[in-house]
Design a protein around this ligand. Structure first.
Ligand SMILES: [Mg+2]
Length: 369
């Protein structure tokens, strides 16, 4: 089998609610969709959802690099993922979101060629997957609680709150949500690097009684040493997000003793190929993983959901971006089951099962290689 043609196009869809974080505001999908067509007629789909403050790439940089990447792999065997990803990862250390789009299109083709859903191809079986729902930083405690109430009404069992305000301001927001939702709902907070070491100690100790499931990325991405000190100091589990892009980061973080959990995102790792390595390293160290997202549609989320389905060591899900997109440009793929808040369903269509509705998106941006 050979790669015959690659289509590249932009996809822009706003969120109903922008997600404010200490590193910037995520306003929706400013994405890139990749379609790989083979000489056998099989088609693989991938999506990049860059968020520059974290991934370091953008829709424009992905778009500029995508044609070069497409030329690099055109004519080669899409099923030889080890070789294709080695070429793609040699091409650039940057553009992780774009590399993940190509990676998930290759895995989609592998599943279709085998006639297997991706989770089964990876050795997994159906198991229940539930995502949390994220609340961005709100201006007032009342607004934070109102958003949490909405999530509770939809039947979710986990809420993720973005934090990282000055001083101890976050404590009132998180305490008010715990008071409102009661003890039965998991609350996790994500600081997105918004504290330094003293602020992290003070805030996490002040939230001790609120029984947080974990604190995500409390310190700057590079600060592994203070993350280890913090882990020794506080009882609440710590999860690395911006500190772990790839398998090398995972190995260093675990060797440093800095984390309880790792957040795998395909858009940081450059796809499933490296995401699987991160999980394997974590699992060997007794470290559970979460899987997260940026502004993906159900296309990118489908690939992530298949990875989670296939690897029970990935036990926390934050695959909620498609809830908030103003419209859905995807056919097939993962579905949210509204009868149980946050439940994700995958069917047994081969590959990741998701395809882009070609009537959506920016037709004028189409590049065909
Ligand atoms: Mg995070």
């Amino acid at each position: 089998m050979k790669i015959e043609q690659i289509d590249i196009r932009k996809l822009n869809i706003p969120f109903d609610h922008a997600i404010k974080t200490p590193v910037g505001i995520l306003e929706g999908a400013a994405n890139l969709v990749i379609k790989i067509t083979t000489d056998s007629g099989l088609v693989g789909w991938g999506e990049a959802s860059p968020f520059a403050p974290i991934t370091g790439d953008s829709q424009d940089s992905n778009y500029a690099a995508a044609a070069q990447l497409a030329r690099l792999i055109k004519g080669s065997n899409p099923l030889a993922i080890e070789a294709r990803m080695a070429e793609i990862n040699r091409f650039t250390r940057g553009e992780p979101s774009l590399r993940s789009a190509f990676d998930m299109a290759l895995y989609d083709l592998l599943g279709k060629a085998a006639g297997l859903p991706l989770y089964a191809l990876l050795g997994g079986e159906q198991r229940p997957l539930r995502t949390d729902l994220t609340v961005g930083m709100q201006p007032s405690v009342e607004q934070t609680v109102a958003r949490a109430e909405g999530i509770l009404e939809q039947g979710f069992d986990a809420i993720k709150l973005k934090v990282g305000r000055p001083g101890l301001e976050d404590v009132a927001h998180v305490a008010a949500v715990r008071e409102r939702v009661g003890a039965g709902i998991a609350i996790k907070i994500d600081t997105n690097q918004g504290w330094d070491y003293p602020a992290a100690v003070a805030n996490i100790q002040a939230m001790q009684a609120l029984e947080l499931q974990y604190v995500e990325q409390p310190l700057p991405a590079w600060d592994y040493d203070n993350l280890r000190r913090l882990r020794d100091k506080v009882a609440t589990p710590l999860c690395a997000d911006e500190s772990v892009f790839d398998d090398k980061d995972a190995l260093k973080l675990i060797a440093t003793g800095a984390v309880d959990y790792l957040n795998i995102k395909l858009g940081k790792a450059g796809g499933l190929h490296t995401g699987l390595k991160i999980n394997a390293i974590a699992e060997a160290a007794g470290c559970k993983c979460m899987i997260g997202c940026f502004g993906e549609s159900r296309l990118g989320l489908s690939a992530a959901a298949h990875l989670a389905m296939a690897r029970p060591n990935i036990c926390f899900l934050d695959l909620d971006s498609a809830f908030d997109l103003e419209h859905d440009p995807v056919v097939g793929g993962m579905q949210y089951d509204d009868s149980v808040g946050g439940l994700i369903r995958l069917d047994d269509a081969p590959g990741h099962g998701a395809a882009f509705d070609e009537n959506c998106g920016d037709r004028s941006s189409l590049i065909r290689i």
